[in-house]
Design a protein around this ligand. Sequence first.
Ligand code: UD1
Ligand code: MG
Length: 451
Amino acid sequence: MSRSLLTVILAAGKGTRMRSQTPKVLHRIAGRSMLGHVLALAKGVGGEKLAVVVGPGMDDVRSEALAAASGAAVFVQENQLGTADAVLAAREAIAQHTGDLLVLFADTPLITQETVSALIGELDRGAQVAVLGFEARDPGSYGRLVTDASGALVAIREAKDASADELAIRLCNSGVMAFRLDRPLAVLDKIGNANAKGEFYLTDAIALVRDAGGRAGVVVCEEDEVLGVNSRRELSVAEAIWQRRARDRAMTDGATLIAPETVWFSFDTALGRDVLVEPNVFFGPGVTVGDEVEIKANSYLEGAQVGDGARIGPYARLRPGAVLGRDVHIGNFVEVKNVALGDGAKANHLAYLGDGTVGAKANIGAGTIFCNYDGFFKHKTEIGEGAFVGSNSALVAPLKIGAGAYVGSGSVITKDVPAGALALERSEQDVRPGWAEKFRSMMARRKAAGK
Ligand code: UD1
Ligand code: MG
């Protein structure tokens, strides 16, 4: 019986330890900002209403929030007075909302949908507030979850305010909380700042709910899920955890990864069935791969669509707008950008295909270059079905090569080639029989004469 959900995402932290011009929550994991990951999580658990709390002047964080979730409301927390104050920056959204309230942190991007659903499930089981906890390897400065003899959560104690007994508790607060209260603002407004940090602690909501006769529930997850990112090193740890999960998911879904630890996915990589991925393959954002595709070692793909049965690499580079039909072959040291290749088209060796189309079953020889750029504008190369482009050809765009046409090797083609024609652009071959022997004896004589 889950109810309408408002998710408040705290994204105000500047992240000074990142030593970056970029606000912390815009740093990326698997090609998507941490804020983007958390917004996707909120949407995934059915958070139809989203409020993002940013710091003053964080216009780029606001834009990212709106790009990822156009319906999100963005609020500014003017002064960082604590986590309760941060949630209250979204007062207007909370006041208008009837239903559950979920608080997530934009710098904690690895929490899974299952875990958040379990947290909301605690509310369904009668809790007015539910906290996501974890057994900390090193509890350090985390808030401790204080339970009574029956194991019920009675309070969260911040480390700076905790007694020695409380500090010994290993069950810690991740920060993530969910509320099912008729008037959440009545509780949040009661939170004071008489504590060691002089901050308004969201965690004080637990004791307040309990005092009013409510129940506080706890859901425990793995520490990895609630990793908070405060430095580049932690960012890399989060990336590693994310990648490990993505590799497992890809294999569960029917892809073979020969050396999973060397394959890098983006947040939106989509692989079909029976895809084989060899070692050292990198997927940038926006790649979809059909069924029974082979991606050979050391290939780099981004913004590309790969049709069923295609063979990519080794050492191939597919850039945005590469759209490959069925059974297309893109071989070693071939770069494809903004080109659609029809079914069965091949470019197997050493080529640049940029801006254009290649018809079905066309064959692009080794060393072919689409000369798409004149220093000012990009132009298109259109190659018809079944055309054959000989090796080491420069195709100077704009250019059309008709269906079934041939381009002789080594040609620089600047004019359109009609269907079925041969275009050849090179000087006549000059053959001189016996020349080599004469040349060698002449040179040998010169050398013997010392000049
Ligand atoms: C908080 C929790 C603590 C928990 C820990 C988990 C409180 C009082 N304490 O402590 O129990 O174990 O997180 O990491 O909630 N933020 C704002 N505005 C503020 C203050 C914080 O947006 O005024 C954001 C921060 O950017 C950060 C998050 O809230 O993303 C947590 O704040 P932080 O100051 O790191 O709290 P902790 O002391 O770590
Ligand atoms: Mg913290």
